[in-house]
Design a protein around this ligand. Structure first.
Ligand SMILES: [Zn+2]
Length: 497
């Protein structure tokens, strides 16, 4: 069976045939590190992390690159506003991004190249384009000549005349309105750390060339998959193709995969409105991770097909949380009836002593096959999750029908555990079910009521400035495996399993 992917370049689903047999190179446009990551920054990495996990499962050796844009206008402006060195701010924000990735279970990134570390390569590349007659210096800038690329516009189906909305500041003289900056002359008020010496004077690279150079340097001049949000198709990816293919005379990325963007169920707010800034603050990823946890956010992103927009709202999160808990409840049930956790047990269903239950074993195998089928079809994680739900329902029914809870037998217990294990393994191909969830409450109402009393007493102590007692309560609870989490709306408690 072959994997098929929707390629933005052809507008069609194509058979996936990597450039080198058995190996896959993936490049995903990463963040410009000037502000803490928001929910939108989670989408691409979660999707491509799932794609990498799946391709690895299908036997490929995958190298995945996500770049860090640490030389860029917005970052320079933000660093100036905060009175910080550019790279100090960049490092801080990169740290924040990496922390969020860890919590989302995004563990598959192999390289995170920083633009600032590739300046000599970028300069050599710009020179190569000038030597080919496809780029020209103008003032202290260097521009790519879009008329040098005969098939410019093939990704977005736009002509060079429509080359608007580019991120570069436009200085210098362009020959054609569609030409875009490969190199930009430094402005006098910019900090020295982002002024790089070049044959065209002090300056810094444009955003598009950064991605072209880092991707080709790490994955080769022709590589397999280039990803990014739909909003990057034009001009960013179009320009990456133009400058890369003009320089090398060979295809750049073979498959272009674009993910849908986050959609907020909120009244329209203009970007300039202060309300928007407030709203985006709420959408800061580490905050959402505190509130919902990494698995639920990951589940939200993967429960929609990657090319569709992702709806984000409190109501949507509540619905997803309920859906995800179906699996958690089943895993708890399996642990209860078998005495073993499907998270930890490595026994496969095929190895389990389940004599007489061949039909059930075959049925579970059928779910596994369907999971692979839908994932092979353009990484349809939404359909894959639907298969997981059906499998979960089947396991619950098996437990009921065979009275595994009230009258367990060795074979039915082992079959229950083995099927639960299949569910965990398939979920993990999406990066779900990596570890048992942190319980928000111990399950009993009495315990919750007692915890409320303790939280109130602690609150009372703090009000009276008796911080020693307040801390004592917190520390004693930690010893019992209970963590108090202070949030704007009040204190919550969590119990680790
Ligand atoms: Zn890029």
């Amino acid at each position: 069976m072959t994997i098929r992917v929707y390629n933005t370049l052809s507008g069609e689903k194509e058979e996936f045939v990597p450039v080198q047999p058995g190996k896959v190179g993936i490049y995903l446009c990463g963040p410009t590190v000037y502000k803490p990551s928001h929910i939108g920054h989670a989408v691409g990495p979660v999707i491509f992390d799932a794609i990498k996990r799946y391709l690895t499962f299908r036997g490929y050796q995958v190298t995945w690159v996500v770049n860090i844009t640490d030389v860029e206008d917005k970052l320079i402006a933000e660093a100036a506003a905060q009175n910080l060195p550019v790279f100090t701010l960049a490092e801080r924000i990169t740290e924040n991004y990496n922390d969020a990735m860890r919590r989302l279970g995004v563990t598959g990134i192999d390289h995170m190249p920083k633009a600032s570390e590739y300046i000599p390569d970028i300069i050599a590349y710009v020179q190569r384009l000038i030597d080919k007659g496809a780029a020209y210096p103008s003032g202290g800038d260097v521009y790519f000549d879009v008329t040098a690329d005969r098939d410019y516009g093939k990704l977005s189906n736009r002509s060079p005349d429509e080359q608007f909305g580019q991120r570069e500041l436009q200085s210098g003289q362009k020959r054609h309105p569609g030409d875009f900056a490969l190199w930009k002359e430094s402005k006098p008020d910019e900090p020295n750390e982002v002024k790089f010496a070049s044959p065209w004077g002090q300056g810094r690279p444009g955003w598009h060339i950064e991605c072209s150079v880092m991707s080709m340097k790490l994955l080769g001049e022709t590589f397999d998959i280039h990803g990014g949000g739909m909003d990057l198709i034009f001009p960013h990816h179009e320009n990456e193709i133009a400058q890369s293919e003009t320089a090398t005379d060979r295809p750049f990325a073979k498959y272009w995969l674009h993910n849908g963007l986050t959609r907020f169920n909120t009244k329209k707010i203009a970007k300039s409105d202060p309300e928007m800034a407030k709203f985006m603050e709420k959408m800061v990823l580490t905050r959402l991770l505190d509130e919902y946890g990494g698995e639920l956010l990951r589940y939200l992103i993967l429960s929609t097909h990657y090319r569709s927009p992702i709806d984000f709202s409190d109501a949507e999160m509540a619905a997803k949380s309920k859906a995800l808990s179906t699996f958690h409840r089943l895993f708890e049930r399996i642990e209860r009836v078998t005495g073993r956790s499907p998270y930890a047990d490595l026994l496969t269903l095929e190895q389990a002593p389940v004599a007489g239950l061949d039909a059930f074993v075959a049925e579970v195998g059928g779910f596994r096959e369907r999971f692979v089928q839908v994932m092979d079809d353009d990484f349809n994680t939404a359909a894959a999750i639907a298969v997981l739900f059906e499998l979960a329902a089947r396991v619950n029914r098996f437990i009921d029908e065979n009275k595994v809870e009230s009258a367990p037998q060795d074979t039915t217990r082992m079959a229950t555990l083995g099927a639960g294990r299949v569910l965990v393994e398939l979920g993990r191909l999406l990066g779900l079910f990596l570890e048992p969830p942190v319980r928000r409450s111990g399950g009993s109402e009495k315990l919750d009521a007692v915890m409320r009393v303790l939280i109130d007493i602690r609150q009372h102590c703090r009000k009276n400035k008796d911080f020693a007692t307040a801390d004592l309560i917190r520390d004693k609870l930690v010893e019992e495996g209970i963590t108090l989490v202070d949030r704007p709306g009040g204190t919550e408690w969590q119990m680790s399993q």
